[in-house]
Design a protein around this ligand. Structure first.
Ligand code: ADP
Ligand code: MG
Length: 357
């Protein structure tokens, strides 16, 4: 193993069934044995590469930005970086920037002096100071207000904080790991996020892929969750039927690993019998079509009308740009013109207006 083998995050390349039917139970669970709750379970190459990158990044002092959809394991990755760094014996302090109002967040982050505002009865140490020597994890950093962005920037540049109401700077040494599910580059372009701060926090960018892009991880994660949670005792010797597993693999998991974890918990409690069957799965997973944007059949709507609606919607979608609409509808521009004439809508779309940005 490597130098980090005694770290508390265990990264497990898992070997497991490749699929259809996954058996679990205490004896043959591939990934779940005696591991901490912070194990990173995976089988996909994309996660393997991500973890290799983390191995390289962790020992450095570089600030890291973890980007990815909600529930993809951003916080888990942040902890893994800390646990594999030479700061691992120092605190890892996480704060969710989206959860608090600006004034509260500032005093949580930087602390405050006694009497600095109503309710500040005592001097309080901020979380940045608590993290001294260790890692400060700023979750949902895209939610920071401009005022705090400015203060954070100053902190990163100077290595000093001021408590709210405090006049003396306090030296604080932290490594910063941030996370966001927003497109921060876009937020910078829209003037919602300071560009200078963006460049300070993103020395290294790590992207956690959504679960639907690494479906190979689903069976090992299921096995892991069914054996890890406090309902694990309910799973001795249970199997997932082939059909149920197929359905779980087909589903897109918009809530990613967090959603999968919740479903596993539910299955442990609600499903009966030796095998988890298709019928045990929640409706929306069993029949994902129901959730598609696809239009249900409507006896009142003949195909011709549907086509017309769809084409006009496409035109609106592309701001009246007929070339784009035709290309993306998979028809020629000539066909589009003909249809518009047919609908008596040609004049309306004769000159296209670009949507204002
Ligand atoms: N690869 C993984 N192996 C095991 N558990 C995971 C994995 N990825 C995420 N989780 C679990 O899924 C949940 C959501 O992860 P989290 O790091 O909070 O996601 P995010 O911060 O991106 O919303 C947590 O309980 C986490 O432990
Ligand atoms: Mg999170």
């Amino acid at each position: 193993m490597n130098e980090n083998s005694n770290s508390s995050t265990t990264i497990l390349p898992t070997s497991s069934s490749n699929g259809q039917q996954l058996q679990w139970g205490t004896q043959n669970a591939p990934a779940a044995k005696a591991e901490t709750t912070r194990a990173i379970i995976y089988q996909s190459d994309v996660m393997g590469q991500l973890l290799k990158m983390i191995d390289r990044v962790a020992p450095s002092q570089a600030n890291v930005l973890v980007m990815g959809e909600s529930g993809t394991g951003k916080e888990l990755i942040a902890r893994a970086i800390h646990d594999r760094s030479n700061r691992k014996s120092k605190p890892f302090v996480a704060i969710n920037c989206g959860a608090l109002r600006e004034t509260l967040l500032e005093s949580e982050l930087f602390g405050h002096e006694k009497g600095s505002f109503t309710g500040a009865y005592n001097r309080k140490m901020g979380l940045a100071e608590v993290a001294n020597g260790g890692t400060l994890f700023l979750d949902e950093i895209g939610e920071l207000s401009p005022g705090i962005q400015a203060k954070l920037l100053r902190f990163i540049q100077e290595g000093e904080i001021y408590r709210v109401g405090g006049k003396e700077p306090i030296k604080v040494d932290i490594r910063l790991i941030s996370a966001t599910n927003r497109d921060l580059e876009q937020e910078v372009a829209n003037n919602h996020f300071r560009e200078d701060l963006y460049y300070r926090i993103n020395t290294i960018v790590v992207t956690t892929p959504p679960l639907r892009r690494r479906k190979e991880d689903i069976p090992v994660l299921i096995s892991h969750f069914l054996n890890q949670s406090h309902h694990a005792y309910l799973n001795r010797g249970r199997k997932v039927s082939e059909e149920a597993m197929q359905s779980l693999m087909k589903y897109d998991w918009p809530g990613n690993i967090r959603e999968l974890q919740n479903v596993c918990e539910r299955l442990q409690i609600l499903s009966e019998g030796h095998e988890i069957m298709l019928g045990d799965l929640p409706d929306h997973i069993r029949t994902p079509e129901k959730n598609d944007k696809f239009i249900e059949y409507d006896p009142q709507l003949p195909l011709y009308e549907l086509e017309k609606k769809y084409i006009l919607k496409a035109l609106d979608f592309y701001g009246g740009n007929k070339t784009q609409a035709a290309t993306n509808l998979g028809i020629t521009i000539k066909t589009l013109y003909n249809k518009l004439h047919e609908y008596g809508e040609f004049d309306k779309y004769a000159v296209h207006t670009r949507p204002t940005k």
